[in-house]
Structures are given as structure tokens and as C-alpha cells.
Design a protein around this ligand. Structure first.
Ligand SMILES: *[C@@H]1O[C@H](CO)[C@@H](O)[C@H](O)[C@H]1NC(C)=O
Ligand SMILES: *[C@@H]1O[C@H](CO)[C@@H](O)[C@H](O)[C@H]1NC(C)=O
Ligand SMILES: *[C@@H]1O[C@H](CO)[C@@H](O)[C@H](O)[C@H]1NC(C)=O
Ligand SMILES: *[C@@H]1O[C@H](CO)[C@@H](O)[C@H](O)[C@H]1NC(C)=O
Ligand SMILES: *[C@@H]1O[C@H](CO)[C@@H](O)[C@H](O)[C@H]1NC(C)=O
Ligand SMILES: *[C@@H]1O[C@H](CO)[C@@H](O)[C@H](O)[C@H]1NC(C)=O
Ligand SMILES: *[C@@H]1O[C@H](CO)[C@@H](O)[C@H](O)[C@H]1NC(C)=O
Ligand SMILES: *[C@@H]1O[C@H](CO)[C@@H](O)[C@H](O)[C@H]1NC(C)=O
Ligand SMILES: *[C@@H]1O[C@H](CO)[C@@H](O)[C@H](O)[C@H]1NC(C)=O
Ligand SMILES: *[C@@H]1O[C@H](CO)[C@@H](O)[C@H](O)[C@H]1NC(C)=O
Ligand SMILES: *[C@@H]1O[C@H](CO)[C@@H](O)[C@H](O)[C@H]1NC(C)=O
Length: 558
């Protein structure tokens, strides 16, 4: 009988991680300490706010009443933990000076050099040399920020000397290898020897004629003629359909781990992640397929309504496609359907082992043969938290698969668009206010250090005048940063409202996921996008230690 395999690798990093976790585990609880410590020790990331981990210990309460008080002004997921990728072969073909020269050589052999007299002033967008000119131009303009992956053949722009070109790229500051797309309009002129030259280029996604249609099988770079408008610019690269087990025999051959809904439901997102990754980690340890419920209850803190909201979809926030690829999972409703169907057709029961308490450890279940392991979380809080399965001794065996959890590509498309509109050439300041600024006991200077006048003085000492300045903040008052506008081109998340407004791609796509009901752009999404734009800035000014000497976690914690 075949088992559904998922890898449980033990690399040095893994060992390290287990040690780190087990050491901290006596004082476990707070998610942030663990992640933050693990990140700091194992991954040594360049992010300054991840360093003040130990100080958080002061926030802790007793084990049973673990509170997940973490920094809600920043959201880190798996892709932020990856070491900066080397030039991985899986990343696809990169356009570099070398590849451009090669295609130029090829052209030279085909003996079709421009004739200065005849061709003057006629730009033929289909001429491969136009593409070469554009590739050179892009490389020169964006080389330090962007890796160019694939180009589409140029198409006509709106004027005779304009060409629209589309390509895929990745951002050097993003550590996952996800690709994004851009299409711009270029004005082509002639240089010495009548060679093509880009004389002007419009901004991010300005080359409307090169927008690609929704192609069911993805990008076909050999296509030469793209239909013009109307095209649907949706990101057809995202495939987060719900996988099904398939045939009945395949269902029976699998081995599954089910977690019933526990006390984590409607707790903060950090607790959800900490718990979810515990379940997924246990499934990997047991070589089982994890049965996951895509339904998420978003805690009140992130909701404009200020109430817990059930019925959110995992895919609004996280990259389900990536999760499907790297972990063995099946969606709960599909699973139950298949389970019932099998029992009906075969008139017998599938072996299920019910596990009543988290006190039965993953190690004790290692030899379990039943097709389905069903963990119940019925007890009172905090007995019914999923993450308790991974406590104590189990922490040595179970590794939370952080790498499986990335932010939603749809949110990242928004991030990419915001930074693209600033041509990836911007600085950022992170201004934490909100509750912390109000709490004078723990953060005595924060409020005044982030006052409009002080911001101007302090930011000026660190950032050149008239740069693009992105302000990532939890300050709700839009005009709070107006004083900075006399010195910088200020950008705030709300300046890009149309990216999630009712005419946006994001709106359309999330609506489709949500059975046709519009999805609200909630607080968690805002922070996720704000964080990622911040990560892409050239110079980053942090609230703590750059703007104020108050400690990140309250007095005497640093
Ligand atoms: C946890 O909280 C409950 C109620 O909030 C309280 O009764 C209990 O004593 C607390 N437990 C510990 C160990 O602090
Ligand atoms: C290349 O062009 C030159 C001049 O136009 C011509 O004499 C020569 O035959 C061409 N070579 C080939 C291989 O077409
Ligand atoms: C433009 O260039 C392509 C490829 O070199 C060629 O096939 C086509 O005939 C040219 N069109 C015009 C109008 O010159
Ligand atoms: C592009 O423009 C050229 C001349 O400006 C024209 O000859 C050609 O037919 C156009 N191509 C398409 C695909 O419209
Ligand atoms: C122009 O052509 C001349 C002679 O073929 C060559 O030496 C020169 O490098 C060319 N200039 C450019 C910018 O390609
Ligand atoms: C791309 O399109 C061309 C022609 O339409 C076809 O021959 C080729 O197989 C396609 N490639 C892929 C990867 O779909
Ligand atoms: C999407 O992924 C599923 C597997 O998860 C696959 O069966 C399906 O064919 C994919 N759809 C497209 C359009 O690539
Ligand atoms: C899971 O698979 C790995 C290798 O395939 C094996 O070493 C391990 O013992 C298996 N674990 C269980 C619980 O079957
Ligand atoms: C989009 O929102 C605006 C303002 O909220 C509203 O006036 C408009 O009717 C909406 N359009 C659609 C298609 O829902
Ligand atoms: C969103 O969907 C509506 C209706 O289906 C369509 O008219 C609109 O063009 C779409 N917008 C985008 C950006 O895809
Ligand atoms: C912010 O503070 C850190 C730590 O003191 C320092 O390394 C960094 O250079 C400062 N950032 C700026 C933009 O000055």
C-alpha cells in the first residue's frame, strides 16, 4: 500500500531550530519570542526589528494563559525567513548583458542590419532589435532592483514610434522566487549607425497593448501576436484551486491527520499560524496528509468592524498554491465528502483513530496504522489550543514548516504595483503609533518623537530631500504626515486605494474566491502590504532606535 509521503528532512538548520525551540520552550508561549529568536539565531536576517527578541519575555504570562502579544505593526512569514536566494536554476532564464549579446550575435548572422536611408523614422516593433534595445534600457535602469526573466515580443504602441513590451521579473528584495509582470510603453528612436534606442519610457504597467490575456496554461513566450483590448489582466499564474484527493482508491491509500476546531479559532492571527504550523508539522512528522480548513476567523483587532469575523478564506492572506506544492494537504470539506462517499460505496467504515487530548504525543502516534487520525480539541481553554501538541518533548521532533507559509500572491501583486509605481526607487519610514503612542507608561517618548514636527526633523537627518518616501504606519489619520510633504514625495498605503477598490484586479479575484461576495481589505492585509513595501525600500528608518529611544517592548526592555 502506498503512503502519501511528505518529507521530514533533518538538516543542520533543522537540528538547530529544534534545539532553539526546545531551549525556549520552558518559557514558550509567545509566538513572537520563538519566531523572533529562531530567526535571529538561525537565519540572521537583515531586519533590525527582529533583533529585540529577548525583551519580549517580560510580556509573558503563565503557560496556561499564554497571550500572543506580538508586534502587530509588522507581519513576517516564511518568505521573509529565507536566506537571500542564490541564482537558483529554478528561477528561470535571466536576461543579462550576456544573453542580450548572444541574441545580438544571432541577428548579425541573419544579415538584416538596418539600412539608414530606407528605414529611418520607421519603427518596426516586431523587429527583434527593438526588443534588444528595450532589454538594454531596462537592464541599465533597474539592474540593481529587478531581475528580468522573460520578455514578450513587443507590440505597437499608440503612436508609430512607440512599442509596448511586457515581461516578467522578480524583485531582488523579495526572497521567494515568485514572478511578477510589468508592461510599459517605450518611445523608440535611432542612435548612431541607425541602431534602435529607447528615448523615453512610461511608468509601471503603462504598455496597455502588451497586457496579456488570461491564458489557461500560463505564459507562452513564443506567442507573437497578443490580442489587443479587451483583455483581462488577471494574474492567471495563481492557481489556488482546492485540490481533491481524486479517485476512491487514491483516497483509501492516503493517510490523514485531522484537527478538529480548537480554542485557537478567532484568536489572533499569530496564534493561528503558530497552531496551524504545529498541525502541519505533526502531519509531516507522521508522513500524513494534513486535512486543513481554509476557513479563518479574523480577530477583532484587524477588522474595521472591531469584531471577530468568521468565514475569511486562508487564501486571502496566504499563498495556498505554494502551500499545496510544498506540503501534503487536503481541504477539509472535500475530504469529508470523499470520506462519506467511500463509506457509502464500500459499505464499510474507514479505520479512524480518535485522539482525545494533546497529551497523547506525536511520538506515540508514530506507529498508528489507521487511515485517519482525528485529533479532538474539546477541552476548556487553554487545553484546546492546537499548538499544545507541539509543546514539551514533542518540540524536539516537530519542526514547524515555516517555509510553507508565504504571503498571498494577490497581496504581493499590490506590493509590487506600489513599489513599481515608485520605480523601486524609494526610501521608507516606519511610524508606529496607535496604542503604543497612547501608553505613556511603557513608551514615554514615542508620541512626541513621532509628532509631525519631530518626524520632519528626524527624517531629514537620515533621508535626502525630495526622495520618494513611503510611510508605513498604523496611524489612521491620513493628513498626519502632511508636514513631510514640504520635503519629500510622501506615499501612504491609502494613496493606492484603487489597487483594492471595486475596479481592481484584487477585488475581482478575491470576490471569485468568496463565492461572488466582495472581500474587505482588512487590517491584516494592510499590515502585510505595508510591511512588504517597507522591506523593499532603499533606506529604511525604523520607529524604535531611529526615531525614538523608547524600547520596542516598553520601558527597560532594551
Ligand atoms: C488563567 O486565567 C484564568 C481566567 O482568566 C484564571 O482563573 C487562572 O487562574 C489563570 N491561570 C494561571 C495559571 O494564571
Ligand atoms: C548580407 O548582406 C550583404 C549586403 O547587403 C550581401 O552582400 C550578402 O550577400 C548578405 N549575406 C547573406 C548571407 O544574406
Ligand atoms: C518588421 O520586422 C519583422 C521581423 O523582422 C518582419 O517580419 C516584418 O516584415 C517587418 N515589418 C515591416 C512593416 O517592415
Ligand atoms: C504596427 O504598426 C505598423 C506601422 O506603424 C503597421 O505597419 C503594422 O501593421 C502594425 N502592426 C499591428 C500588429 O498592428
Ligand atoms: C558604428 O559603426 C562603426 C563602424 O561599423 C563602429 O566602429 C561603431 O562602433 C558603431 N557604433 C556603435 C555605437 O555601434
Ligand atoms: C506556445 O505556442 C506555440 C504556437 O502557438 C506552440 O507551438 C507551443 O507549443 C506553445 N508552447 C507552450 C509551452 O505552450
Ligand atoms: C491547478 O492546480 C491543480 C493541482 O493543485 C491542477 O490539478 C490544475 O490542473 C491546475 N490548474 C491550472 C489551470 O493549472
Ligand atoms: C516517514 O517517512 C520517512 C522516510 O520516508 C521514514 O524515515 C519515517 O520513519 C516515516 N515516518 C512514519 C511515521 O511513518
Ligand atoms: C464602486 O464603489 C463606488 C464608491 O464606493 C460606487 O460608487 C460604485 O458604484 C462601485 N462600483 C461597483 C461596480 O460596484
Ligand atoms: C472586474 O470584473 C468586472 C466584471 O466582471 C469587469 O468589468 C472588470 O473589467 C474587472 N476588472 C478587472 C481589473 O479585472
Ligand atoms: C537606524 O538605527 C540603526 C540602529 O541604531 C542604524 O543601524 C541604522 O543605520 C539607522 N537607520 C538610519 C536610516 O539611519
Amino acid at each position: 500500500m502506498k503512503e502519501t509521503n511528505s518529507s521530514t528532512t533533518t538538516e543542520p538548520i533543522g537540528q538547530n531550530l529544534i534545539k532553539v525551540i526546545s531551549n525556549v520552550c520552558f518559557s514558550f508561549f509567545v509566538f513572537s519570542v520563538l519566531i523572533f529568536t529562531v530567526i535571529a539565531i538561525t537565519y540572521q536576517p537583515p531586519d533590525p526589528w527582529l533583533e529585540s527578541s529577548k525583551s519580549l519575555i517580560t510580556d509573558f504570562t503563565k503557560v496556561e494563559n499564554a497571550t500572543f502579544k506580538t508586534d502587530t505593526s509588522v507581519i513576517s512569514t516564511g518568505e521573509d525567513l529565507i536566506l537571500a536566494p542564490a541564482d537558483s536554476p529554478s528561477a528561470g532564464f535571466q536576461i543579462t548583458e550576456v544573453t542580450i549579446e548572444k541574441s545580438e550575435e544571432k541577428l548579425a548572422y541573419s544579415n538584416s542590419s538596418l539600412n539608414c536611408d530606407e528605414d529611418l523614422n520607421v519603427v518596426n516593433c516586431s523587429d527583434p532589435r527593438v526588443l534588444i534595445a528595450v532589454e538594454r534600457f531596462n537592464l541599465k535602469t533597474f539592474k540593481s532592483r529587478i531581475v528580468f526573466l522573460e520578455y514578450q515580443p513587443p507590440v505597437n504602441g499608440s503612436k508609430p514610434n512607440e512599442c509596448d513590451v511586457a515581461w516578467k521579473y522578480r524583485n531582488k528584495k523579495e526572497r521567494s522566487w515568485r514572478k511578477y509582470r510589468d508592461y510599459r510603453r517605450f518611445t523608440i528612436g535611432f542612435g548612431v549607425n541607425c541602431s534602435y534606442e529607447v528615448t523615453a519610457a512610461k511608468g509601471f504597467r503603462s504598455g496597455f497593448n502588451a497586457r496579456r490575456p488570461r491564458l489557461p496554461s500560463g505564459w507562452n513566450s513564443t506567442r507573437t501576436h497578443l490580442p489587443r483590448i479587451p483583455v483581462n489582466p488577471s494574474d492567471s499564474d495563481i492557481n489556488d484551486t482546492i485540490p481533491t484527493v481524486g479517485s476512491e482508491s487514491a483516497f483509501r491509500q492516503g493517510k490523514y491527520l485531522v484537527y478538529s476546531q480548537g480554542g485557537d479559532h478567532c484568536k489572533g492571527m499569530n496564534q493561528f499560524l503558530w497552531s496551524f504550523l504545529c498541525g502541519l508539522g505533526e502531519a509531516q512528522f507522521l508522513n500524513r496528509t494534513f486535512v486543513m480548513d481554509l476557513n479563518i476567523c479574523l480577530a477583532a483587532t484587524y477588522n474595521p468592524s472591531n469584531k471577530d469575523e468568521d468565514g475569511k478564506d486562508f487564501r486571502f492572506y496566504f499563498d495556498f498554491e505554494h502551500l499545496k506544492e510544498v506540503a501534503s494537504i487536503v481541504e477539509a470539506r472535500e475530504f469529508i465528502k470523499d470520506w462519506r462517499k467511500w463509506e457509502r460505496t464500500h459499505r464499510r467504515r474507514i479505520p479512524v483513530r480518535r485522539v482525545a487530548s494533546y497529551k497523547i504525543t506525536p511520538m506515540q502516534l508514530h506507529k498508528a496504522k489507521s487511515t485517519i487520525l482525528y485529533r479532538r480539541f474539546d477541552g476548556p481553554e487553554p487545553e484546546n489550543y492546537w499548538y499544545r501538541v507541539c509543546e514539551g518533548e514533542a518540540a524536539k521532533y516537530i519542526e514547524r514548516p515555516w517555509h510553507a507559509l508565504w504571503k498571498s500572491k494577490r497581496l504581493m501583486n499590490i506590493v509590487s504595483e506600489i513599489s513599481g509605481r515608485m520605480d523601486w526607487d524609494f526610501d521608507a519610514v516606519h511610524v508606529v503609533r496607535g496604542e503604543k503612542a497612547e501608553n505613556k507608561e511603557l513608551w514615554p517618548h514615542l508620541d512626541s518623537d513621532t509628532s509631525p514636527d519631530n518626524l520632519v526633523t528626524k527624517v531629514q537627518a537620515m533621508i535626502q530631500p525630495w526622495r520618494n518616501l513611503y510611510v508605513a504606519t498604523n496611524e489612521p489619520f491620513y493628513n498626519y504626515f502632511d508636514k513631510l510633504r514640504s520635503y519629500y514625495k510622501v506615499h501612504l498605503l491609502d494613496d493606492y486605494k484603487e489597487l483594492w477598490g471595486n475596479t481592481s484586479e484584487w477585488y475581482n479575484e478575491t470576490k471569485t474566491l468568496n463565492d461572488g461576495k466582495p472581500v474587505e481589505f482588512d487590517g491584516y492585509m494592510r499590515v502585510a502590504v505595508d510591511t512588504e513595501v517597507l522591506y523593499r525600500a532603499k533606506t529604511r528608518v525604523e520607529t524604535f532606535y531611529n526615531l525614538t529611544s523608547d524600547c520596542k517592548d516598553g520601558v527597560n526592555t532594551c
